[in-house]
Design a protein around this ligand. Structure first.
Ligand SMILES: *Cc1c(COP(=O)(O)O)cnc(C)c1O
Length: 406
């Protein structure tokens, strides 16, 4: 997308504003499919927690994508978007047996990640095809909050508990059709990923009725110029070969599944916000924008570095800025960032604003959540309206009785 289009959308729909480029999402989807074209049965399940707007779900559905969900509400949104239940995977962590039973009744593929629920579910529903989430204890992650394969992780059934897992499956006679792993975001090293895959292949040999192996996600995308990223093509080449060999060994052609979130939508997203105030202090120049971590929490939450551009005046002299939000506590988007000289009223554009940005937005400080626009065929389509005061009050109930004085 070009800056002039983004500026025009900010003008048309107001700001702060999230904009998503449909073509980028589609090209990422195709890139992943192509990298694994040597695998006969490939399935991509979009991990919708990254960006859950129904229009985005529909866009990916048109591409042939399935969905990876982590809550019953995500399942409901997926069904609402028109996904067949068979195209939806449910990979929760720490949810109740009741919720899992409810999702199962909807015809969605259940993925279980602990032995307690596995035993209870298997006893009650021995015939339901179930996938199990294995924790191979391989660190493929970047930030400690998003590496989920390590030994203290709450995710998955430890690969060291495999004997107990097999015993439960034998006792309940439940039907295990898939094995899953998701070692966390930001896979930098393909060898580490392949190593984890070997652990999954080994575990798979314990189960006779498998239909698929799900390798999760965690592909790293570039956040700035020359940033490192997962080499999808290289991973495709190496893992496809190994996967096909495993299928021969296993004696059956299995489906290879990935469930990317960030890879599909991160780079497609742009967050636009206006500069309210340029404030010189004794130590820095602050650019205070008309937004805060209520709209984009990743820099404060994970220390993420979102590239920031002054799209109103892109060709000015570069200066150093601290870009901050209006939330009344520390609310820093960027420190000491070189940005083309900022004037009050300029529109700043944050890159990589597709994944875990709007979906983590809140109403903190009683601010409205921004609108979302999908850019498709050279046109902006509003896919979520800006909130209004009614939205803030929507579920609040005035006290029906007088408040006693004390
Ligand atoms: C969040 C999540 C994903 C997506 O991870 P990305 O890093 O966004 O690609 C995939 N699988 C599961 C089970 C997840 O929880």
């Amino acid at each position: 997308m070009q800056s002039k289009d983004l500026l025009q959308l900010a003008e048309q729909f107001g700001n702060p504003l999230y904009v998503y480029d449909a073509e980028k999402i589609q090209s990422q989807y195709n890139r992943l499919s192509k990298a694994f074209s040597k695998v006969n049965k490939l399935r991509i399940n979009y991990a919708m927690k990254a960006l859950s707007n129904v229009a985005i779900l529909q866009l990916l559905k048109e591409m042939g994508s399935g969905l990876d969900t982590v809550s019953i509400q995500e399942v409901m949104l997926g069904l609402h978007a028109g996904y067949e239940p068979e195209k939806i995977f449910y990979t929760p962590n720490g949810v109740s047996l009741e919720e899992i039973e409810e999702v199962n009744a909807m015809g969605v593929q259940i993925n279980i990640d602990n032995l307690s629920i596995l035993e209870q579910f298997g006893t009650k529903y021995p015939d339901v095809p179930v996938c199990i989430r294995i924790n191979p204890h391989v660190m493929a992650g970047g930030n400690a909050n998003i590496s989920v394969g390590h030994i203290d992780s709450k995710f998955g059934i430890s690969v060291h508990q495999l004997p107990h897992l097999v015993r439960i499956v034998e006792n309940t006679k439940m039907n295990i059709v898939g094995i899953h792993m998701h070692t966390g975001s930001d896979i930098l090293d393909i060898e580490v990923f392949l190593y984890a895959a070997e652990i999954l292949f080994d575990a798979a040999k314990n189960f006779k009725n498998l239909e698929f192996l799900d390798f999760g996600s965690g592909f790293k995308v570039p956040y700035k110029k020359d940033d490192i990223e997962t080499d999808i093509e290289e991973l495709g080449k190496k893992l496809s070969k190994r996967f096909n060999a495993f299928c021969v060994e296993y004696g059956k052609e299995l489906t290879l599944i990935f469930e990317p979130g960030k890879f599909l939508v991160s780079e497609a997203g742009f967050f636009l916000a206006k500069v309210n105030v340029v404030k010189q202090t004794t130590s820095t120049v602050f650019a205070g924008i008309d937004s805060g971590f209520n709209h984009l929490i990743r820099p404060m939450f994970y220390g993420s570095q979102h590239h920031i551009e002054n799209i109103s005046h892109p060709k000015g002299k570069e200066r150093f800025y601290s870009v901050v939000g209006y939330i009344c506590e520390t609310d820093t988007f960027a420190n000491n960032r070189r940005i083309s000289e900022i004037k009050e009223g300029d529109i700043l554009c944050f890159r990589n604003a597709g994944a875990y940005c709007f979906s983590m937005a809140s109403n903190y400080n009683s601010r409205y959540k921004p609108a979302e626009v999908l850019w498709m065929n050279g046109e902006g389509h509003l896919i979520r309206a800006h909130e209004t005061f009614e939205d803030l009050l929507k579920n609040q109930i005035p006290l029906p009785v007088a408040i006693p004085t004390v």
